[in-house]
Write a protein that binds this ligand. Structure first.
Ligand code: FAD
Length: 429
């Protein structure tokens, strides 16, 4: 079926980038368009709920860690506040983009893993398209690799296995690996006292393997060393300069969240684990972008970093967030880019409306906005329930301040404003 009645502003993805863009456009772009009822924001996501992904390393331990209504949010309810007909949610996964025909095919039955034999396809035309499909981790414990039900099932399987686990191996020395190791370490082993540099004989030894010479490559070496010392206090041993070459069975940590695993490192060392968690970076969810010319070598959509337009895909096509090449994957950068992206979408929609015959004085067109990525050292990393390290705007922050900002609840305190759209109450100047 093809939907032609309205001019669709199609947003693919229901997380930080997609939801923020939808709220911003509904608040500040649609009301400025002539014949506003002829436009509709259509948001496509295989998950009916958004997840506060940053909190996954602690949320996976138990539902008691956080109020669940703050971790998961129903997407349809977030947008009930807008005028009838201005928003539509399509529960499905984009499976193919035809940028010449300006359509996206959506599988209503499938999760991100791909369409099943019972796939039900829907073809959506778009007047404007925003690609915000993010990126997935290999481990289903650390975000929406499929949908919220799959995430909850994966957490439940892990929780059943934790009481009898004797050893855990985590691959990946970035923030996801460090935070997951720290949370599991403190939860299972407790924390060494003030005068001990490491926890002797932890109940569940945890090994964190990284291919890099240090943890947390985004941060300066002193901060990475602090994180390593804090991990030692909760029973985590770090192996550096060691790449995981293979795991047996090959489905360990991905399709099989809980399975005894043999982890073989490139240098020949072999580690045995009751639980293996791969936290080694992410893979962009861009399989539906069938034209390889639109993708960079890393699978992200080639995006103009200043305008956030995908120039190779025709008029009014944009990308933001982890699926886009525009900037590094981080929530604060997405939130900084949303106003520039939406200003440019609004401008492009007004230009298109003028071309269609609406009387819009060129002097009333908003100026083009340019996004400039803040490349200063910035990352906050939680190490267990009560410790943290990090830097912001190029400055090293004291651990207690990082804990106050992020460590208490993984910044759930800002989630309400983001998911309700209140964060975007004012249009950026
Ligand atoms: C464990 C972990 C902890 C992190 N902690 C932090 C942190 O503390 N601070 C920070 O700045 N960053 C953190 N990050 C990175 C941060 O989570 C990402 O930068 C952010 O989630 C990217 O947001 P996004 O909206 O681009 O995409 P994602 O959050 O990846 O969401 C993608 C959305 O697109 C949907 N989708 C996927 N495929 C399709 C499809 N084919 N069709 C339609 N929809 C689709 C998904 O269901 C989802 O709704 C962390 C990442 C991980 C894994």
């Amino acid at each position: 079926m093809t939907t032609t009645q309205k001019k669709n502003i199609l947003i693919l993805g229901g997380s930080y980038a997609g939801l923020s863009t939808a709220h911003y456009l509904l608040r500040h772009a649609l009301p400025a368009l002539p014949d506003q009822p002829s436009y509709q924001v259509v948001l496509v996501s295989p998950a009916a709920e958004s997840i506060w992904r940053q909190a996954c390393p602690r949320a996976l331990l138990s539902d008691d860690m956080f109020p669940q209504d703050k971790i998961f949010h129903d997407i349809r309810s977030m947008f009930a506040q807008y005028p009838a007909g201005s928003f539509r949610f399509v529960h499905g996964a984009a499976t193919s983009l035809d940028h010449a025909a300006r359509t996206v095919t959506v599988d209503l039955a499938a999760g991100i893993g791909g369409s099943g034999s019972n796939s039900q396809e829907k073809v959506l035309e778009y007047h404007a398209l925003v690609i915000a499909t993010g990126a997935s981790t290999a481990s289903p414990l650390l975000g929406l690799t499929r949908d919220e039900k799959h995430l909850r099932q994966s957490w439940a399987a892990l929780r059943r296995a934790l009481p009898s686990a004797k050893s855990i191996v985590i691959a990946g020395g970035g923030p996801a690996g460090v935070e997951t190791a720290g949370e599991l370490g403190e939860h299972l082993n407790g924390r060494a006292g003030w005068f001990s540099s490491r926890l002797a004989n932890p109940k569940v030894p945890i090994t964190l393997v990284t291919a890099a010479p240090a943890l947390l490559p985004v941060l300066r070496p002193e901060i990475a060393r602090s994180a390593e010392l804090l991990l030692a206090k909760v029973g985590v041993t770090v192996i550096k300069n060691a790449r995981v070459q293979s795991v047996s069975p090959p489905t360990a940590g991905t399709d099989d969240v809980v399975v005894p695993t043999t982890v073989t490192l490139k240098d020949g060392r072999v580690l045995a684990a009751d639980l293996y968690i791969p936290a080694t970076g992410t893979r962009p969810n861009t399989g539906f972008v069938t034209d390889p010319a639109l993708l960079g070598g890393d699978g992200r959509v080639k995006t103009d970093p200043a305008t956030l337009r995908v120039d190779g895909a025709g008029e009014r096509v944009y990308a933001i967030g982890d699926a886009s090449s525009a900037f590094r994957p981080a929530v604060h950068l997405i939130l900084e880019a949303v106003p520039a992206l939406c200003a440019n979408i609004k401008r492009d929609l007004l230009v298109a409306a003028a071309t269609d015959g609406s009387s819009i004085a060129s002097s009333s067109l908003p100026a083009e906005k340019t996004y400039v990525e803040d490349t200063r050292e910035a990352q906050m990393v939680v190490v267990g329930r009560s410790r943290a390290v990090g830097a912001l705007m190029g400055w090293r922050l004291p651990g207690w301040l990082v804990w106050l900002l992020k460590g208490r609840d993984y910044m759930l305190w800002v989630s309400g404003g983001l998911w309700t759209g209140k964060q975007w109450a004012k249009e950026a100047a």
